[in-house]
Ligand binder design. Structure first.
Ligand code: DX5
Ligand code: ZN
Length: 237
């Protein structure tokens, strides 16, 4: 299994100490920093805008992974790229001209991502996979941190991993929502290469150890390594 990357979501961080929290995640071995942007329309909650992306950008050299849960995202992608986003994901459910928006993100110099709500079938992105650098599979209904993982999305993840292989595409598969050390092995085993985790990294969500942020990231690494070892030991076929 290729290496699995960790993208802690600052949604569950202490915003009063945001730069320190981002730096702690960086030092704990995070690979990307995930920023959840919500507008109170596409999702019920309102979070942050480009100014916070700029603050995250200034706090770390890690790739900044911006997840736009907003309507008409094409109106705002340039502001987020200008603020320092390396990757911008838009929701398929929020885009009338999805391919155009993904192309715009690339033209602006960022990597393009397309996100799918739990009920949205993978067919919704089938015709735009060439324009995407990443597919983000939501494993909770977006809007809040700390929700329970929806295992119903696992077959979708497997089918996307298979489509990627069959079509020879270089696309990252990212999973977001309810990813704890307990569910990490399931999603990594289904083909996810990037795991978003908010409350289980920055907070003390159910099923996670207390301890430092470094300890929490380490628990993910152990869970992922365990399934990789199991896959290596499994008889071929
Ligand atoms: C959910 C957000 C997630 C959220 C994940 O709407 O897109 O990125 O922060 O939080 P946890 O890991 O707590 O489910
Ligand atoms: Zn997210």
């Amino acid at each position: 299994m290729p290496s699995v990357r960790m993208a802690p979501s600052i949604l569950s961080a202490d915003f009063g100490r945001l730069a320190e929290e981002v730096q702690a995640a960086d030092q704990a071995g995070a690979d990307w920093i995930h920023v959840d942007v919500m507008d109170g329309r596409f999702v019920p909650n309102i979070t942050v805008g480009p100014a916070v992306v700029e603050a995250v950008r200034a706090a770390t050299k890690l790739p900044v992974d911006v997840h736009l849960m907003i309507v008409e995202p094409e109106r705002h992608v340039a502001d987020f790229v200008r603020a320092g986003a390396d990757l911008v994901s838009v929701h398929v459910e929020a885009c009338v001209h999805l391919e155009r928006t993904l192309r715009l993100i690339r033209e602006l110099g960022a990597r393009s991502g397309v996100a799918l709500n739990p009920h949205t079938p993978e067919d919704a992105v089938s015709y735009v996979l060439e324009a995407a650098d990443l597919v983000l599979v939501m494993s909770v209904n977006p809007g809040f941190g700390g929700q329970a993982f929806l295992p119903a999305v696992l077959p979708k993840l497997r089918r996307l991993a298979q489509a990627r292989q069959e079509r020879g595409l270089e696309i990252d598969l990212e999973v977001d929502g309810g990813v704890t050390p307990d569910t990490a092995a399931l999603v990594a085993g289904a083909g996810a290469g990037v795991l978003v985790a908010g409350s289980a990294v920055f907070g003390t969500a159910r099923g996670t150890a207390a301890g430092s942020l470094g300890d929490r990231v380490a628990r993910y690494r152990e869970a992922i390594a365990a399934i990789r070892d199991a896959a290596l030991q499994a008889p071929p076929g």
